[in-house]
Write a protein that binds this ligand. Sequence first.
Ligand SMILES: Cc1ncc(COP(=O)(O)O)c(C=O)c1O
Length: 354
Amino acid sequence: MTPPIDIPVGITTHSRLSEIDFNNLEFGKHTADHMLLAEYENGAWGQPRIVPFGEISLSPTSLVLHYAQTVFEGMKAFKMQDGNVSIFRVDKHYNRFLKSLERMCMPAIPENIFKEGLKKLVSIDKAWIPDTEGGALYLRPFMIATEQRLGVKVSDKYLFMIVSSPVGPYYAKPLNMKIETEYVRAAEGGTGYAKCGGNYGASFLPTQMARQQGFDQVLWTDAKEHKYLDEAGTMNVMFVMDGVLATPPLSTSILDGVTRDSILALAPEMGMKAEQRRITVEELETALSEGRVSEAFGAGTAAVVAPIQSISVNGKSYQLPSWNDDNFMIKVKNKLSDIRHGLVADTKIWNTVI
Ligand SMILES: Cc1ncc(COP(=O)(O)O)c(C=O)c1O
C-alpha cells in the first residue's frame, strides 16, 4: 500500500445537483459536480487534485486521439442502509486497471491516487448517489496519452482522471442475442482482456448490424474457429445448463469481469455448482434444443444481471424459459445488491465503506 496522499479540493460554486431528476436517469448522461485529475510527465505522477467538473483542453496531436492509448474502469458507489457510502470491489477494479495499463504500454497509477482519489471524490459528491432503489453513482477512472506528437510512438505523458455519473435502476429488457460467427471482437494474444477504448470502437459495427437484424447484442466467439463462446459486448455471459452454472474461462480475449467473479464466488454458498470451462457453440445449441439450458444471462456492472430470452445460432433462434424470483440469476442479483447496501454481512470484504 502506497502512503496516504493529500488531495487538494476545489469545490464548485455552481452545483448542478438541483437540475437532476433522480427518478429518470439515463445511464451515463449526467456527471456529478467534481472530477479528479493527475498528470504523468518525466516518469513521475504529479499532484492529484479534485476540481469542479468541466472541460479539459487537449492538443489535436495528443497521441490518444490517433493511436488509442486509453484505458478505463467502470465501478459503482452505493448508499448503504445505515447511511454510509460504499464502493464495490475497489481492489479488483484497481488490479484490472493495472493489467489494462500494462497491456497498453501505459504507466501504472499508484494505489493511493486511485483508491484515495476515488474515496475522496465519492465523499465530496455523495449527494449525487441516488436514493432510489437500484440507484448508484457510476465511477469512471480512466487514463489517456497526452504527449503531442504525430509519429507512432508510446506516449511520454498521460492524464489520469476520475469522473462519475448518477445512474438509476437498470431495468434490463430481456435480451435477444445473436452468436457472432463472422466478425471478431478480440483474438487470443490481443487486447480483449484489457479495458481499452479500441475494443469498444471495434465492436460497434457488428453490434449495429445485429441490431438492424432485430437483436440486442452479439455473443462473441473465439477469433480462430468461431467455435467457443467468449463474452457479450459489455458483459460476461453465464448459463445454467443441466443445473450447473457455466461460464467461459478467462483468457486474453475476454474481460475479467468483476460481476462474473462475484457471481462465481457466491454461487457455491447459494447451493449452485459453478464451472469455468470452454463452451462450444455446438454444445450450447444442442443443450438449448434439448431444453437443458434453464437460464442464460449477461453479467456486468451496469445491469448486474441481464436475463437473455433468446439466442440465435446460425440463423436459428432458441427461446429460453421465462424466469421468476426463484431463478439463480435473480437470487444472485439480489444477494449482490444486499451486500452492497449493507443488508447482509459483507463476509468477503468487497465494500470499501467511506
Ligand atoms: C467487454 C466487457 N466484458 C465484461 C464486462 C463486465 O465486467 P464488470 O462486471 O467488471 O463490469 C464489461 C463491463 O465492464 C465489458 O465491457
